[in-house]
Each structure stands twice: as C-alpha cells, then as structure tokens.
Design a protein around this ligand. Structure first.
Ligand code: GLU
Length: 224
C-alpha cells in the first residue's frame, strides 16, 4: 500500500500535495515524489525516503503551480531509489504519471515499446505505462483521457493512476482497478487521493471511483 494525492485549482498545488502525502504516510512507503506544471513545463521532484526529505528539495519557480500529482511508493518493480520513485515521465517529457499497483504484463509492453525506440530510465512498470499512453496518443492522435483509456485496455493488473500533460494545466486524468482512489470536489478545485484523509479539510464532497472508471477534470469540470 502506498499513496496518491493530486490537485488542480487555485491554490499552490505543492503544499496541498505534500500535506496530503503526509496524511497517507500511515499506509507505508519507501520514497515520495511530485510533479507540477509551470509555464507549460512539467517539473519533477522525487526522493527515496520520507516525505520530509522530499519537502527539503522543493524550491524555485516550479512551485508556483496550481496543478500537480504526488505519490508515495511501495516498490514492486525495481528497488527503492530516486530513479524508481514516482512520478514517471513519457519520452517527450510531456506526460507525467503516478501509479499505485502492479502492471502484470509490463514486460511484454516494454519489449514492444523498446522495439519502437523507447528508452527506459527506471526499472518500474509505471514508466512502461506512461510511455504506452504517449505512444497511443501519438499514433491515434487522440486526447490524453482517450489515450489513457486505450492504454488501460492493454494492461493486465491492478492500478490507481493519475496522469497530466504539460500543455493542459487545467486537466487531470485518473483511473482505478483494484487500488483505491477518491475524488474531492471543492469550489473551483479538485483533489484525487488514495483515501479521503488528505481531502476532508478542503471539501466534504468526496466521490469514490469504481473499478474501470476514468475521471477527467478539465476546464473546471469533473466528468466520470
Ligand atoms: N509498481 C509500481 C512501482 O514499483 C508502483 C508501486 C506502488 O504501488 O507504489 O513503482
């Protein structure tokens, strides 16, 4: 078990995410990270160890962001390390993904993507999934939510994920199967988290995602 916290709205995403990850610490983890969109660029901070260590490396203009995704990892594919910590990026650096769970067929998918020229910088199944999403988006010329839906159709395993794209700071895409994920709906702001504890101080409106459901936040609206 481990945790996800994501935010899009009008507040500083990094502090909401770090506070939220702290509230999920009881679930156990070996590393922590977050990515933030600033000026149509994704900036990633991640570190093996405690959320407090992640917090100590957060600095710069990148923190002036209202959109971000965060993660505490319990390693299943690859040792606990900075490079295996989440979020993971697609080859272009445009898509960022956090994932709890296991992609059982990651090895076959990785081989297929390697054959197309994709390179991998971590040992995780998650990095395979984020590149699969990018590959589908490029090949099918579709939106991020549609690419996530198509990629998950090719995946065997359990997951809770949240993805975002550098050029859409208003958008978060989340999905689950077998791992928990909830959505918090606030006043012009939205939260995702593994359970409601990081969200309840901001809003009472919490929606539980069902298996195979995809939730998309875009232009201030939630669609499921
Ligand atoms: N399978 C992924 C990894 O090893 C996610 C593990 C988790 O649930 O934190 O990085």
């Amino acid at each position: 078990m481990c945790g996800i916290v994501a935010y899009v709205g009008h507040r500083e995403a990094s502090s909401i995410i770090v506070n939220g990850l702290r509230r999920l610490e009881y679930r156990g983890y070996d590393s922590a990270g977050l990515s933030l969109i600033h000026d149509e660029k994704i900036n990633i901070f991640k570190k093996e160890g405690k959320v407090s260590e992640l917090e100590s490396i957060l600095s710069g203009d990148a923190l002036r962001s209202n959109t971000g995704i965060g993660h505490t990892r319990w390693a299943t594919h690859g040792e606990p390390s900075d490079k295996n910590a989440h979020p993971h990026s697609s080859a272009s650096g445009k898509i960022s993904l956090v994932h709890n769970g296991i992609i059982e067929n990651y090895s076959a998918l990785k081989q297929e993507l390697s054959g197309k020229g994709y390179e991998f910088y971590s040992d995780t199944d998650t990095e395979v999934l984020v590149n699969l999403i990018e590959d589908i988006q490029k090949q099918d010329d579709c939106s991020l939510p549609e690419a996530v839906r198509r990629a998950l159709n090719a995946v065997v395993g359990a997951y809770a994920i949240v993805a975002m794209s550098a050029d859409r700071p208003d958008q978060l895409v989340a999905a689950r199967k077998g791992s928990p994920l909830v959505v918090g709906v606030g006043d012009g702001e939205f939260f995702f988290a593994s359970d409601a504890t990081p969200i309840v101080e901001y809003t009472k409106e919490v929606v539980y995602l069902n298996d195979f459901e995809i939730a998309v936040i875009a232009e201030g609206n939630l669609a499921m």
